[in-house]
Design a protein around this ligand. Structure first.
Ligand code: DX5
Ligand code: ZN
Length: 230
C-alpha cells in the first residue's frame, strides 16, 4: 500500500537565532511535519536541544512536531517532551532494552510512538515491536550531525522493513521514516523502497535556492518515484 509522502524538515540545519521564523518558513514552503533532533552527547557525540526549545517550536506552528530522541535512557524525558508539545516521540531501539514499556509510556503521555534504527541495527530486531509502534525510523546516516552522506545500503534495508511489516500485518499502518542525507537525488530510491516520511535538514535549510523551491524539488523527486512504480 502506498501512502502520501510527507516531508519533515529537520530544524538542526535551521538558524537557531531565528528558529521560530525558520519553522514558519518551512511551514509556508509546504512542510508536513517539523522534525526536532534531540542529542545528549552520550548516545551520539553531539549535544543539541531539549524540551524548552521544543516548546518554542510547538508555539511557532500548528504542524505536527516530530521529536527524534538520540539520547540514552529516553524514558526519563518522555513526559517533558510530551508536555512541551511533541506529537510524535521516536526513541532509538539501541537505547531501550524495555522498548515495550517505553512505547507504552509515550502513548500514556499523549504522543505517538516511533522507534529508530541505527544503520548497523538490523530490521529483524523490530519483529516484535512493529505491533506496538506507529512509526519506524530507518537512519540513513549515523545519527549525530546534519549534512552527512546517505548510506546506500539503506535502500535495501527499507525493502526488508516493508517486507517485515507485511509479514506482521502492519504494512500501511506504520509510518516508514528516513533521516540523513535525504535530497532530490536520494529521495526517489527511498520512496520506491517504501519510505513515506522524509526528514531533510541541509537539503532544505542549507539549500542555495529559496526554501520553497528546495521543498518543491524534493517533493517532485519523491513523487517521481511514486509515478515510476505505479
Ligand atoms: C542526524 C539527524 C537528522 C539530521 C539530518 O542525526 O537525526 O535529522 O538533521 O540532516 P541532513 O538532512 O542534513 O542529513
Ligand atoms: Zn533526526
Amino acid at each position: 500500500m502506498r501512502r502520501p509522502v510527507r516531508i519533515a524538515p529537520s530544524i538542526l540545519s535551521a538558524d537557531f537565532g531565528a528558529l521560530a521564523a525558520d519553522v514558519q518558513r518551512a511551514a509556508a514552503a509546504g512542510a508536513d511535519w517539523i522534525h526536532v533532533d534531540v542529542m545528549d552527547g552520550h548516545f551520539v557525540p553531539n549535544i543539541t536541544i531539549g524540551p524548552a526549545v521544543t516548546r518554542a517550536v510547538r508555539q511557532a506552528t500548528d504542524l505536527p512536531v516530530d521529536v527524534h530522541l538520540m539520547i540514552e535512557a529516553p524514558e526519563r524525558y518522555i513526559g517533558a517532551f510530551a508536555q512541551a508539545g511533541a506529537d510524535w516521540i521516536t526513541v532509538h531501539q539501541e537505547t531501550c532494552p524495555h522498548l515495550h514499556r517505553v512505547v507504552q509510556g509515550i502513548r500514556e503521555a499523549g504522543a505517538r510512538p516511533g522507534v529508530a534504527l541505527n544503520p548497523s541495527t538490523p530490521v529483524e530486531t523490530l519483529r516484535e515491536a512493529v505491533a506496538w509502534v506507529d512509526l519506524v525510523l530507518v537512519m540513513t546516516v549515523n545519527p549525530g550531525f546534519g549534512g552527512q552522506s546517505f548510506i546506500p545500503r539503506s535502500v535495501d534495508k527499507l525493502r526488508r522493513l516493508k517486507r517485515l511489516l507485511g509479514e506482521e500485518g502492519r504494512d500501511g499502518e506504520v509510518e516508514i521514516q528516513v533521516d540523513g542525507g535525504i535530497d532530490p537525488s536520494t529521495a526517489p530510491a527511498v520512496v520506491a523502497a517504501g519510505a513515506n516520511v522524509l526528514v531533510a535538514g541541509s537539503a532544505l535549510f542549507g539549500a542555495t535556492d529559496p526554501l520553497g523551491e528546495a521543498m518543491a524539488r524534493l517533493r517532485d523527486a519523491a513523487a517521481g518515484a511514486g509515478r515510476t512504480r505505479a
